[in-house]
Design a protein around this ligand. Structure first.
Ligand code: F6R
Length: 369
């Protein structure tokens, strides 16, 4: 049933191009417009929404953090992202024009379920982004956008995460489409890019041998840090979470701009630091800033593991290890940048003798609050 792979996790990592393609299937029409007829939330409600609140846990929360960038950029609707376990205790401000998006692979996560119940009691509309047909979270929501990752068996979420991102991009682009935002042309171009992103993921998967070798060489380390900016920040958080849960190592993700406000004190000789570098095209300010961050940590002894776009030469002098990812629009970069981090965590955990499909103390679906 593992289809020749040593673990479900490896199998599920390899299935990502298909999972991404399946999640897009039937949702882009021949004119390149999005069709999300299944949503069950009328376009009129989506047009009226004045605030979006994403609630989720763990990896799904990281997908939500990335969704915020896409939603706010393409729709100009303010978007908040909150850990489901914190949401209702804060007495959040919700109303009939609030669209709450609950992201959950299993559809059974109690924290997320309680958050969405609270949102509906306050009159908000709830849309579930979910991978499990007919599970509790979509059943209790007003509408649902299913991810089509197929069953995810390994406890650590991989292919479900990529499809959550795809679903969130689809939702953001769809909101842009129905609301007719100023980004009309960009939205068309992005839909086109999304349609080919599965091939880019496949390409990344074919280049992972050096990442595996690097991971094995770090098996004796205690700590790995992850840095990113913009959408690279949630990617850093996700890379750190994967390493914690699989390799049982101390791993932390930071916004690179926060380094100087504290975390840089952690940097010492030979500390591995993974840096997710935004594209040098487009928002080049971000790129220049992160190159300075890489220089700063390297000057303090860090061993830099740099994840950067093909053709980005500016990072080369400061990268102890360089991992190339394909050129993609900035907002879609997490789809390709996350893959090396999954492979890295899986290989490092295996090298440490851990059982990757069933990490200690964890369950696939967390049905208690
Ligand atoms: C991490 C992981 C967890 C889940 C979280 C939410 O690899 O799998 O952090 O993402 O427990 O689960 P779902 O998406 O089922 O609500």
């Amino acid at each position: 049933e593992k289809g020749g792979y040593a673990s479900f996790m490896l199998k599920e990592i390899a299935e990502q191009p298909k999972a991404v393609a399946d999640t897009l299937l039937g949702r882009i029409d021949t004119e390149g417009r999005l069709r999300l007829d299944e949503l069950r939330i009328p376009d009129a409600v989506l047009r009226e929404a004045d605030k979006i609140v994403v609630v989720a846990c763990g990896t799904a929360f990281h997908a939500g953090l990335i969704a915020k960038y896409a939603i706010e950029h393409w729709t100009r609707i303010p978007c908040e992202v909150e850990l489901a376990s914190e949401f209702r205790y804060r007495d959040p401000i919700l109303g009939p024009r609030t669209l709450v998006v609950a992201i959950s692979q299993s559809g059974e996560t109690m924290d997320t379920l309680m958050a969405l119940r609270h949102a509906r009691e306050q009159g908000a509309k709830v849309l579930a982004v979910c991978n499990t047909n007919g599970s509790t979270i979509p059943r209790e929501s007003d509408g649902v956008l299913y991810t089509h990752a197929g069953p995810e068996v390994a406890v650590a979420s991989t292919k479900a995460f990529l499809t959550q991102l795809v679903a969130c991009y689809l939702l953001a682009l769809y909101l842009g489409q129905v609301r007719g935002t100023q980004w009309g042309d960009e939205i068309q171009a992005l839909i086109h890019e999304l349609a080919r992103i599965g091939d880019e993921v496949e390409h990344v998967l074919g280049t992972m041998e050096p990442v595996r070798a690097l991971a094995r060489s770090l098996a004796g380390k205690d700590t790995v840090l992850f840095l990113g900016r913009h959408v690279g920040h949630p990617v850093a958080l996700e890379g750190a979470l994967k390493l914690k849960e699989l390799a049982y190592m101390h791993a932390e993700g930071f916004a690179a701009g926060e380094l100087k406000h504290g975390p840089i004190a952690l940097v010492e000789q030979d500390l591995p630091v993974v840096v997710i570098v935004p594209s040098p095209r487009g928002r080049s300010v971000l790129h220049d800033k992160i190159v300075s961050n890489i220089q700063e940590i390297r000057a303090r002894g860090a061993r830099t593991i740099v994840i950067a776009e093909e053709g980005d030469e500016a990072v080369v002098p400061y990268a102890d290890h360089l991992v190339r990812i394909p050129v993609t629009p900035t907002l879609l970069q997490p789809l390709v940048a996350t893959v090396p981090l999954q492979v890295f965590a899986c290989e490092l955990a295996t090298a440490r003798g851990n059982e990757v499909d069933q990490p200690r103390n964890l369950a696939k679906s967390v049905t208690v609050e």
